[in-house]
Design a protein around this ligand. Sequence first.
Ligand code: NAP
Length: 263
Amino acid sequence: MSKNEIPFEGFHGKVALITGGASGIGRASALLFAQSGAEVAVVDVDEAGGATVVQEIKDEGGKACFIAGDVTQAAECRWAVEETVKAFGNLHILVNSAGIVHRGTILETSEKEWDRTLAVNLKGIFLACKYAIPEMIQGGGGAIVNISSGWGLAGGRQAAAYCASKGGVVLLTKAMALDHAHQNIRVNCVCPGDTDTPMLRTEARQLGFSVEKFLAGAADRPMGRLGTPEEIAQSVLFLASEAASYITGAVLVVDGGGLAGTG
Ligand code: NAP
C-alpha cells in the first residue's frame, strides 16, 4: 500500500494489541495498524504465523512483537498485556480477533465443542479486556474493537454455538461501552460477513463440502463476492481511530450487503 492510500495516519505513538493477529482478519489488522504508524503486539496461539506477521511488519519498517498466548487462559491474557506494555510502554488499542468456528446444530455439538467455542470467542474477549482496560485507564483512555459476525445479529443454520458466542460479543460490546465511556474508552464491534480467510476453509471441511463450492456459495450476497481481510481491517482501523471519536457501543456490519434485507 502506498503512503497516499493510508486512510488514517494518526496512529503514531499508539500501541495496539491484536489477538488472533497471526491469521486472516487479525493479520490484516496488524499489518494495517503498523502501516498507519502504530506499534503492534500480535497475540496468537499460532506461533509460526505470528512470527511471520511480525517479520512482515518489520520488513515494511514498522514496529511489532509477537506474544504467544491463548485467550481462554487468564494468566496468558494478563501476560500478553504485561509484555505489550513492557515492549512499547503503553496500551491504547485492543482488537479482539481471535476466534474459532464450529459448525453444527445443538444435536451435532458436543458439550466440549460448545465450551471451547464460547471460551475462545466470548470469554477470550472478556479476559483480554479485563487486563487491557486497567492499562488504558492508566494511560487516559483507549479503543477496543471486537470482531463479532453477521451471525452475531442473525442466526445461521448449523452454527448454534458460534451464533451464541457472536451474539454475546455484540451485547458484551454495548455493555462495556456503557461501563467505560467515562474513562475515555470506546468499545465497538465489527460484524463481518463471509471473509476470505482460513476460517472459511475450516467451515467447509467441518460441513463436508468442497472448499470451492463452499466459497462460491458464501459469495451469494448483493455484492456477489466474499469480503477480504483487508476490507474488514479498514473498518477496524476506522473504529479505533480519532475519526470515530464519538462512536462507542456501535455495531458496524461489513458484509457486502448480506444483512441488508431479503429482497
Ligand atoms: P482465522 O484466519 O482462523 O484467524 C483466527 C486466528 O485466531 C488464528 O490465528 C487462530 O489460530 C487464532 N486463535 C484461535 N484460537 C485462539 C486462542 N484461543 N487464543 C489466541 N488465538 C487463537 O480466522 P478469521 O476469519 O480471520 O477470524 C477472525 C475473527 O473474525 C474471528 O473472531 C471470526 O469468528 C470472525 N469472523 C470471521 C468471518 C469469516 O468469514 N472469516 C466472518 C465473520 C466473523 P489457529 O489458526 O492456530 O486456530
